[in-house]
Design a protein around this ligand. Structure first.
Ligand code: 5RP
Length: 217
């Protein structure tokens, strides 16, 4: 199986966590797109979805799924989303697609966060994938200097604006041995909207697709 097959496999595996007639949270990215495709094919009826990005909203709506605002729904039972990296404690780096802030909000609102990923995303220590950080445009240089002081090498994702109208810094070579502490530190910098570390609120379950099938972490 190639990586696309593995994404499809884990997208289908996530259907098990979708309660018929419920409102679910849906993340962003190519693995989530496979989940949406599987959901549409499955004919499982859901009442609605809370979406983490404009791209996901468009895909859900094109498939006839009603998208509702989190302010209308209150808490959600389940949130399905991908990751750029995960470790054995189900802590994640997210934001490769730039949707990290809404993803973090929907994850925070959900009782169960099911992360779907192929085996290439599993790491011993987070940080080989550059850490995405959403910043208020005015604060880009200020935040970048502080990230350098923290040991990272920030790179502005030029030409990209988030769904919230902000910019992304992708930070290389951050020491993420203690991801909870680093998440708090970065989120406290003035001008940071949020960082792509999901360590304070990790996934509750990672479904990892491998050549041997789905493994649960
Ligand atoms: C988007 C994300 C995605 O979940 C992450 O980038 C993984 O994407 P893909 O499934 O395409 O590899 O965090 O902001």
């Amino acid at each position: 199986m190639n990586q696309d097959d593995l994404k499809r496999l884990v997208g289908e595996a996530a259907l098990e966590y979708v309660q018929p007639d419920s409102i679910i949270g849906v993340g962003t990215g190519s693995t989530v797109n496979c989940f949406i495709e599987a959901l549409l094919k499955s004919r499982i009826h859901i009442e609605a979805a809370v979406s983490s990005s404009e791209a996901t909203t468009a895909l859900l709506q094109a498939g006839g799924i009603r998208v509702v605002d989190l302010n209308q729904t209150g808490g959600l039972d389940v949130y399905i989303d991908g990751a750029d990296e995960f470790d054995v404690h189900r802590r994640l780096i997210k934001g490769g697609g730039g949707a990290l802030t809404r993803e973090k909000i929907v994850a925070a609102a959900s009782k169960k966060f099911v992360c779907i990923a192929d085996q290439s995303k599993k790491v011993g220590v987070l940080g080989a994938f550059p850490l995405p950080i959403e910043v208020i445009p005015l604060a880009r240089s200020l935040v970048a200097r502080q990230l350098v002081a923290l040991g990272g090498q920030p790179e502005w994702r030029q030409g990209f604006t988030t769904d919230n109208g902000n910019w992304i810094l992708d930070v290389h070579n951050m020491d993420l041995v203690d991801p909870v502490a680093m998440e708090k530190t970065i989120n406290n910098l003035a001008g940071v909207v949020t960082c792509g570390l999901f360590a304070m609120r990790p996934a509750d379950l990672v479904l990892m697709s491998t050549q041997e099938g789905i493994k649960q972490i």
